[in-house]
Every structure is written in structure tokens, then in C-alpha cells.
Design a protein around this ligand. Structure first.
Ligand code: C2O
Length: 551
């Protein structure tokens, strides 16, 4: 195994997009940032120099961080932010996982422009559980604002309203030729007829799930979230923020040019969103010279095509016996039923009836899990509090069941319900080392129903089942796939529905679980697991690195 070392120089610079110049914060002067390539078993060392005007952290999305929780990155969870002018070195070994992951800023909305791919290839001497593709192509889907994203976020938080929608989606940082002034900002990839390519698709957009298609070509899904799947042939991929999907594409059409395109899967009714389409080009070598001007555009599903999204998501299965396959835990220590959804916070905390904010009912938008609206600490990170036994940073009262049972997905319990105002807390679920956890994630309809992509740090989970309506144990438990479920780190909990997941908490530390829509994270759609140390030194979190940033 190798040591792979990189330096991230994070600073502001100006780029032009959509007919204007915009200052952005990004890594090493590029958007997206550098693609990191390692093999399973390698150690990654990344020196991050924060030369931007903002507080910064980098998260290695999907990496297990076995005993290296200090390198995980979510601000105020595992570290205080790297302040402007400071630096921090992330060091971790990547074991027992391979495939496509990514890295992104994990503070404010900075990840809109601070992100890149992290590609983990099999160890030397081992290979993929499918024929080796001719070439591998990272496809990072992103979201672009004609504004400073931190201003967009702060304005929303100040008014209590939903933030402004983005102005474009992007493929590898480029909006593509359906947007003004973007002819030259169209991503293009060359292929050779007869060869097979692996597209490593990452949804790095802040707030939208996306449908993705390539005109005229079938896609074979072989992995999601760096876990191998049984090959699944499809013409459309749906991908939520935080998820990755590896597909094989064979250049088996007549030599020409074909568009790849992505636009939102928007599950919430009556919610405004950016409904534009990004596109890039797949061009065959030896294509006729006019091919690009007559390239075919794929027909993407309608924005609200939940059946197509659900079919894609629920047809995926894990590759039993493939590299790094872990069987489903059968003995469960913690049975959790957790609601996820939006709610309200009082406009003025001292007088909840006073309503003059920009959110629904004149209040502020808020969000919660099991009626706790997650609040980040600010004086110390939660992991420091865990390691140094500092009290008062978090409470260990995150419930296994929500405090009140109600008809979660009925549309008649909205707004007027007392359930809508969830208290703000830094509430964690404390579990023993190696505890097995089953969690039913239940969407709620207090403000709106919506598909929430729920991401957990530090672990992968098995997705046992997913469906619509309220979870009903008597009926739905019988449908659990305990044999070959897909393995993920981010699950799109179906709109107005539920998902059942299981995992083993085999890594001591503090692990955030949250909605990967950046619009919902600061509103409180999060909780954290505190996993206690195990009995031996090799199951105990080591002390923090010397250069861990201070608050
Ligand atoms: Cu990809 Cu907590 O994040």
C-alpha cells in the first residue's frame, strides 16, 4: 500500500459562467477541485491551506475513517473549522472499501464550489468484479449560483425563508450549451466505438436530486456509494446529493455525438426549484464532422416522476460475495424509528405567536429528526467533548422512538399541529462499540413531503426496504431484503414514505447523520451517533493530531 500526498490551496478567484464573472472559493484554482486517486489500503495525506476568507473544513464523504475520526471533517462535529490563514492536515487510511467517493467542504454552503472526486481502485493484484473498462471518467454533477453562495445561505437563514434557487446545474463544473454563454462551457468526452467506459457519477449538487441519461445508450450500474451492486441495466439514473453511481457505458451506437444530460427529480409538490438542464457531449472518434451540431438529446423523465426514481432505487441489489461485501447483521441491539422532515421555528423566540419572518405562516423554516432540531455547538467540537470528557456540549437523549406518534404522512396534519415546532438541541444517540442498529427513517408531512437524502458519516448501511406512506412493521418487515440488499452511505428516503437500514457501529467517535440537501442541514435535519470505545487499544480512538484547529 502507498502513501498518497496532496496539498489543497483553498482560495477565492474569479471564473466566468453564464455571461458573468463570479468570485468563487475553490481548491487549487479549479472547479471541480482535484480528483484524488488511491487504491484500497493506501494512506491519504492532504495538507489543507485555507487562504479563503471563510472558515473551512474538508469532509471525505463515505470514507470509513476507522480510528481516524479526527480527519472526518464536519465542522463542530469532529473538528473546529480551519480559520482563514490557517492549515490542517487530514491523514487516514482507506480500507475495506473501493469505488467512487468524493470530498467536499463541510461548513456553511461552501461545498457548492469546494468539492472533487475521490476514486478508490482495487489493491494491486486485484481487480473489479466486472471486465476492466477501457477508461474511467468522473462525472461530477454540481449546482451553480450567480451569487456568492454564502450570501445566499445567510440571507435564507436571516429571513427564515427558503433560499434562492440555483441558476444552473453543471457537469464537471460546466453548465453546458442550453445555458446562455455556455457553448464553450460544455463538458465533452471522446469515446472509441466498441469500447466500454465506466462513468463515475457523483451528485455534488447542493439541493437537488437529479435524473441523468446519455442519449441512445444503456447504462449498467455496477456500484453505488463505493459498494458493488449486481449489474443493473437502465437508461436513466437517479442520484441524490451525496450519492455516487458507477455505470458502464459501451460505445455501441453509430459513430456520432450524443448528449449526456441531467435535470432535477423534484419530489415535493408545490415547491419552487431550478428546473433547468445541464448537458455534456459524448463524441465518438471518427464521428462525422457535423456530428456535434446534430447530436441527439436524451429525453429525461418529468421532474416529478417519482415512480421512475423509486423503480431505479429499489431495483438495486448488493453484490453478495463481491469485494468487501459484509452480510446483513441479524441480531439487533438498537431498534430506532426516526422521523425526518421540515417544521417551523418561532420567528421571535420570546413570543412564538409573533409572525413576521419569511417562512411558512410568517415563521422560520426549521427541520428535525424525531422532533429534535439539531444545533451544532460552537465552542468545541463534539469529538473533542467525547475524547476529553467535556460536559455540556451535547446531550445523550436522542430517542429510539419519536416522542409522539402521529399520522406521519397525512397531508392534514400540517402547520397547525404542535408537532411542527421542534426544540433545538445537540442531541446524540450513544451506542456501545460494535452495536448493531436498525433504523426506520420515516418522512413527515408537517410542512411538505419531500425525498430526503439521508447520509451517515463513518459507516455504510444495508438498505433493507423502502416504500410509501407510514411504515407498518406488520406488513413491511416481511419485505426486508436480508440477503442481497444494496449497501450505501446515503439513502433517499422516499417522498411521503420510509426506508429501513441496518449497520454495525464498529468505529468509536462521533458520527453525524443528516439530510444531504444543504438547505436542510443548517435547519436542523441531523443527529449524531456517539460510539463508545471498544475494549482494546485497537478499538479506541487515538488522541487528536497536534494541528487540530481550535475554535
Ligand atoms: Cu457529504 Cu456530512 O456529508
Amino acid at each position: 500500500a502507498a502513501i498518497v500526498e496532496h496539498s489543497f490551496d483553498v482560495r477565492n478567484f474569479t471564473v466566468s459562467r453564464l455571461c458573468r464573472r463570479q468570485v468563487i472559493t475553490a481548491v487549487n484554482g479549479s472547479l471541480p477541485g482535484p480528483t484524488l486517486r488511491v487504491r484500497e489500503g493506501d494512506t491519504l495525506i492532504v495538507h489543507v491551506f485555507n487562504r479563503s476568507p471563510y472558515n473551512l473544513t474538508i469532509h471525505w464523504h463515505g470514507v470509513f475513517q476507522l480510528l481516524t475520526g479526527w480527519a472526518d471533517g464536519p465542522s463542530y462535529v469532529t473538528q473546529c473549522p480551519i480559520q482563514p490563514g490557517s492549515s490542517y492536515t487530514y491523514r487516514f487510511t482507506i480500507t475495506k472499501q473501493e469505488g467512487t467517493l468524493w470530498w467536499h467542504a463541510h461548513v456553511s454552503w461552501l461545498r457548492a464550489t469546494v468539492y472533487g472526486a475521490l476514486i478508490i481502485r482495487p489493491r494491486a493484484g486485484t481487480t473489479y468484479p466486472f471486465p476492466k473498462p477501457h477508461r474511467e471518467i468522473p462525472i461530477l454533477l454540481g449546482e451553480w449560483w450567480n451569487a456568492n453562495v454564502i450570501d445566499v445561505e445567510n440571507q435564507a437563514l436571516a429571513t427564515g425563508a427558503a433560499p434562492n434557487n440555483s441558476d444552473a446545474y453543471t457537469i464537471n463544473g460546466k453548465p453546458g450549451s442550453l445555458y446562455p454563454c455556455s457553448q464553450n462551457h460544455t463538458y465533452k468526452v471522446k469515446v472509441e466505438a466498441g469500447k466500454t467506459y465506466m462513468l463515475r457519477i457523483i451528485n455534488a449538487a447542493l439541493n437537488n436530486q437529479l435524473f441523468f441519461k446519455v442519449a441512445g445508450h444503456k447504462l449498467t450500474v455496477v456500484a453505488v456509494d463505493a459498494s458493488y451492486t449486481n449489474p443493473y441495466v437502465t437508461d436513466v439514473v437517479v442520484i441524490a446529493p451525496g450519492q455516487t453511481t458507477d455505470v458502464l457505458l459501451t460505445a455501441d451506437q453509430s459513430p456520432g455525438a450524443y448528449y449526456m444530460a441531467a435535470h432535477p427529480y423534484a419530489s415535493a409538490p408545490n415547491v419552487s426549484f431550478d428546473n433547468t438542464t445541464t448537458r455534456g457531449l459524448v463524441v465518438y472518434k471518427n464521428a462525422p464532422s457535423k456530428a456535434v451540431s446534430t447530436a441527439r438529446m436524451p429525453v429525461l423523465p418529468a421532474f416529478n416522476d417519482t415512480p421512475t426514481a423509486h423503480r431505479f432505487y429499489s431495483n438495486l441489489t448488493g453484490l453478495v460475495g463481491g469485494p468487501h461485501w459484509v452480510p446483513v447483521p441479524r441480531q439487533i441491539n438498537e431498534h430506532m424509528f426516526v422521523t425526518v422532515g421540515l417544521g417551523l421555528a418561532p420567528c421571535s423566540p420570546n413570543n412564538p405567536r409573533n409572525a413576521s419572518c419569511g417562512g411558512p405562516n410568517g415563521q422560520r423554516l426549521s427541520a428535525s429528526m424525531s422532533n429534535s432540531s439539531f444545533q451544532l455547538p460552537s465552542s468545541l467540537s463534539m469529538l473533542q467533548a467525547f475524547f476529553f470528557n467535556v460536559r455540556g456540549i451535547y446531550t445523550t437523549d436522542f430517542p429510539n422512538k419519536p416522542p409522539v406518534a402521529f399520522d406521519y404522512t397525512s397531508t392534514s396534519n400540517a402547520l397547525n399541529s404542535s408537532l411542527v415546532f421542534a426544540p433545538k438541541k445537540t442531541s446524540v444517540k450513544k451506542v456501545k462499540y460494535n452495536a448493531t442498529i436498525e433504523m426506520i427513517l420515516q418522512d413527515t408531512s408537517l410542512i411538505t413531503v419531500e425525498n430526503h437524502p439521508m447520509h451517515i458519516h463513518g459507516f455504510n448501511f444495508h438498505v433493507l426496504a423502502q416504500g410509501f406512506g407510514n411504515f407498518n412493521p406488520a406488513v413491511h418487515r416481511r419485505k426486508f431484503n436480508l440477503v442481497n440488499p444494496q449497501v450505501r452511505n446515503t439513502i433517499g428516503v422516499p417522498v411521503g414514505g420510509w426506508a429501513a437500514i441496518r449497520f454495525t457501529a464498529d468505529n468509536p467517535g462521533v458520527w453525524l447523520m443528516h439530510c444531504h440537501l444543504d438547505v436542510h442541514l443548517p435547519l436542523g435535519l441531523a443527529m449524531a451517533f456517539v460510539v463508545e470505545n471498544g475494549p482494546t487499544p485497537s478499538t479506541t480512538l487515538p488522541p487528536p493530531p497536534q494541528d487540530l484547529p481550535r475554535c
